[in-house]
Design a protein. Structure first.
Length: 352
């Protein structure tokens, strides 16, 4: 498959009044295949929005190259890159109708009126806003405004679509609905897309691939499943979903020790080696009463309908455990429990 967007060793520095020269983005290399949706995910200040703005042309890199559809656009103006951009605050023109907001880019391009009417009608139908042409932005809900912004971004059939935290201003229910609509639309039109968010669940729900960023660099990229079950670092493990990180020592080819307790696990490491084990909350089961094997004590129970969350004191570590079903309801705070680790879900971090 051909590459729609390629970043080659891209860096961006800013002068900070207190810190001096600061790298917002450092040596980022990334490829997005045609038709893929790749999400830049990370905490505030990690460089994801700056990276997106460099792809768009709103910021110019200090080093490296940006290619769109095989063409070097590193120093090309935004309006000549063939991109559609959906802003966090929608950036709709308040004095223009829905039709005119969507038609604006086509008018700037000098399209004839018949082509504009046809294109706007088609895209409004695509985003579920047929019949809204005469409405003003202030008459629309937040979700409807977001769909107008999306329609405006895709109406001129750009090569690339860019999203900068587009759902952050919506309530939880509407965010869920809109992310499903964005994903469905992106797949339907097959447009190469880069999406920025700090919301892990949002990224996992919509992305073909995710690039996790920290302090200006991409620290790991892959599918949501890869990042969730096979994180390279503790940062990625803790940022993608909830997790437990256990410091362990290899006892033998089939045993490791953590928190003074032995667990049957073939680590492939040498006796005496130290390592960090990642185990997700759903990979742990609890049984009331102490017995052979690792033991702990329930500290907190949170009932969440289809599942129950537990905080379990395990030596000097507080384990997060998630269980479902009626059997889990019998486990109450201060209950002594035997901890059953599903070692098939263990993952050894490459780095600490």
């Amino acid at each position: 498959m051909s590459v729609g967007i390629r970043l080659e060793h891209v860096s961006k520095r800013f002068d900070h009044s207190v810190k001096g020269e600061v790298y917002a983005v450092r040596e980022v290399s990334l490829s997005v295949e045609d038709g893929q949706l790749v999400t830049l995910l990370g905490p505030s200040g990690c460089g994801k929005s700056t990276t997106l703005r460099m792809i768009a042309g709103f910021e110019e890199p200090d080093a490296g190259a940006i290619l769109i559809d095989g063409r070097d656009v590193t120093h090309v103006l935004p309006n000549r890159r063939g991109i559609g951009f959906v802003f966090q605050n929608y950036a709709l023109f308040p004095h223009l109708s829905v039709f005119e907001n969507v038609a604006y880019g086509l008018r700037v391009q000098g399209r004839d009126e018949r082509a504009i009417v046809q294109a706007v009608g088609t895209v409004l139908d695509l985003v579920g806003l047929a019949g809204y042409e005469r409405q003003q932005p202030h008459q629309l809900s937040g979700g409807e405004q977001q769909r107008v912004a999306l329609a405006r971004a895709v109406v001129f059939e750009p090569k690339v679509l860019l999203f900068d935290e587009p759902l952050s201003n919506l309530d939880a229910k509407l965010r869920l609905e809109m992310r499903e609509q964005i994903r469905a639309l992106q797949k339907r039109i097959g447009i190469t897309t880069v999406y920025v968010t700090h919301d892990q669940e949002e990224a996992m729900a919509i992305s073909d691939r995710i690039a996790v960023m920290d302090r200006g660099s991409v620290v790991q990229e892959g599918s949501a499943r890869d990042l969730y079950y096979r994180p390279r670092t503790e940062f990625v493990a803790r940022f993608i979903g909830r997790t437990n990180v256990l410091k362990a020592r290899v006892l033998s080819s089939s045993q490791v020790e953590t928190e003074g307790m032995s667990i049957a696990f073939a680590s492939g490491r040498q006796p005496g080696d130290m390592m960090s084990l990642v185990v997700r909350p759903e990979m742990i089961a609890l049984r009331a009463g102490g017995g052979p094997g690792p033991n702990g004590r329930i500290v907190q129970v949170t009932f969440l309908g289809e599942k129950t969350d537990y905080q379990v004191a395990f030596g000097g570590t507080m384990l997060q455990v998630v269980m479902s079903g009626l059997a889990s309801a019998a486990l109450q705070p201060d209950t002594a429990v035997t901890i059953d680790f599903n070692v098939d879900g263990f993952h050894i971090l490459e780095q600490d």
